[in-house]
Design a protein around this ligand. Structure first.
Ligand code: GSH
Length: 228
């Protein structure tokens, strides 16, 4: 049965940019599951089936509605346990939880400060007032002032990826020889600026950039085919 994925979209509905939804798209592909992507605006989220949703991704697998990207990954792992694993066992699941939170807070927090106004400009006009108001309340400043693409900020971001980079000197993926859900968490973080901004956050010869290129090619080039 086809799984429905409610995925955030920009003004151009074909642009699906959410750093939280990309791990789910990659997880569904990893499991070899068929998916119908439902492009969803920020201002549509409350109307997603099941009701009461506050964020995407949300999936509907038949009657089963699951929200939150990590909960979805756990659901897919348990429900489709005869398909390739997303975690490589219980310890991998526990460690992936850390990567999920690290990507969603520390990594994406830094990226947001570099691209937030670029994101705003690509959103549907129906979403722009909500996005501006909610994000300006969060940052306490106008979006134009929050966004800083200075060399210093970009360099600080690159340096903060040090432990990730060092890991990639030893192995091609966080999962080892093959990607696992932890890779998809950080892939989502970096796919977000790739699709929504012209800022070059990584040096081309950075091992993290090379890992990202490998991720773009996974699952038939799913990530690379995404419209910017
Ligand atoms: N913990 C959630 C966070 C998801 C999340 O923050 N999604 C954003 C899009 S990237 C969202 O839907 N935000 C709704 C809003 O800001 O109103 C998950 O990983 O699924």
């Amino acid at each position: 049965m086809t799984i429905k994925l409610y995925d955030l979209c920009a003004k151009d509905r074909a642009v699906r940019f959410s750093p939280a939804c990309w791990p789910t798209r990659m997880a569904l592909a990893h499991k070899g599951l068929e998916v119908e992507v439902v492009p969803t605006l920020f201002t549509d989220i409350a109307r997603i089936e099941g009701g009461g949703q506050k964020s995407v991704p949300v999936i509907a697998d038949g009657d089963m509605v699951v929200r939150d990207s990590f909960a979805i990954a756990l659901y897919l792992e348990r429900t489709y346990d005869n398909r390739p694993t997303l975690f490589g066992g219980e310890a991998g699941e526990a460690l992936s939880r850390f990567i999920h939170y690290w990507a969603g807070s520390f990594i994406e927090g830094q990226i947001a400060r570099m691209i937030i106004h670029d994101i705003y400009q690509k959103l549907d006009p129906a979403d722009q007032p909500y996005f501006r108001e909610s994000r300006e309340a969060r940052f306490g400043r106008p979006l134009q002032e929050v966004q800083e693409q200075t060399p210093e900020r970009i360099e600080a971001f690159r340096q903060s990826l040090g432990p990730f980079r060092t890991t990639l000197y030893k192995q091609p993926f966080l999962g080892g020889d093959m990607p696992l859900y932890a890779d998809y968490c950080l892939f989502g973080s970096l796919q977000w600026p790739r699709l929504m901004s012209d800022a070059q956050l990584l040096d081309r010869d950075d091992p993290v950039a090379m890992w990202f290129e490998r991720c773009l090619d996974l699952h038939g080039g799913l990530g690379r085919a995404a419209k910017a």
